[in-house]
Design a protein around this ligand. Sequence first.
Ligand code: SAM
Length: 247
Amino acid sequence: TAFGYRTVALGEKQTMVDDVFHKVARRYDIMNDAMSGGLHRLWKDAFIAKLAPPRSGSRPYEVLDVAGGTGDITFRILGKAHDRAKVTICDINHAMLTVGRERAERRGVADRIEFVQGNAEDLPIASDRFNAYTIAFGIRNVPRIQEAVNEAFRVLKPGGRFLCLEFSQMDLPLADKLYDLYSFNVIPAIGKMIAGDAEPYRYLVESIRVFPHKARFAKMIQDAGFSRVDVTPLAGGAVAIHSGWKL
Ligand code: SAM
C-alpha cells in the first residue's frame, strides 16, 4: 500500500483484528476518548439520534448491535428507548464481550441485553428478527464487508433499519492529508502510551484507509437489498453514517 504496509489476506486479517481487541479490551473505552479527543461521543450521539429508538409505545423494539464490543452503542440505545426495548450484542471477541457484560451489570441493564459471540459475516441469528441493526466502528474490521451487509439484511424484519457508523475518507484533499498525518503518527503513539503497543494501531489506521469510500459503500448496501440508502458525513467526512431500510 501507499504506506508500505503489506496487504493482509482475508483470513489473516481477522486474526490480527482479534489480537488487537483482545489486547485492548480492558483499555478500549479510555483509548476511544484519547484517540478521538472525546469526539466519538458526539458521533455516537448523532448516530443514536438518526436511529431514533421509540421512546414510548407498546410494541417490542429489538436491536442487533453487531461488533458491539463493550456496549457503548447498546447503552445509548437503551437509555433513549422505552423500557421494553432489548438489544442483542454480537461480537466476535469474547474479551470485549466480557468487559461489556461487566459494564452492563454495573449500569443495571444486564437483563435487557443478550450477549452473543459471533462473526458479522455469518451471524448465529435467525432471519427476519430485528427492528434495527447497528454497527459502529466495526465494519472496517470485517474482512468480507459485502457478506456482513447481506447478513444485516437477512436478520432484519421487513421495515427494519440498517445503520452503520464508520470512519471514512475526508472530502477535502488538504484535510485528508492532515488527517493522514494525525492518524499515522498520533494514533499509534497514543496506542503505545496507553496500551503499550503501537503496532495494532498502525493496523487499525490502515484499515480506515482501505475502507470503501462513501458512495461505493452505499452501493454495497443497495446491493444487499436495502432501499432508501443515504449517507450523513460527520467531521468533514472523516466519519460517516450510512443508513438503509429493508422494505
Ligand atoms: N461498537 C463499539 C463501539 O463503537 O464502541 C465497539 C467498536 S470496536 C472499534 C470494533 C469491534 O468489532 C471489536 O469489539 C471487535 O471484536 C469487533 N469485530 C471485529 N471483527 C468482527 C467480526 N468479523 N464480527 C463481529 N465483530 C467483529
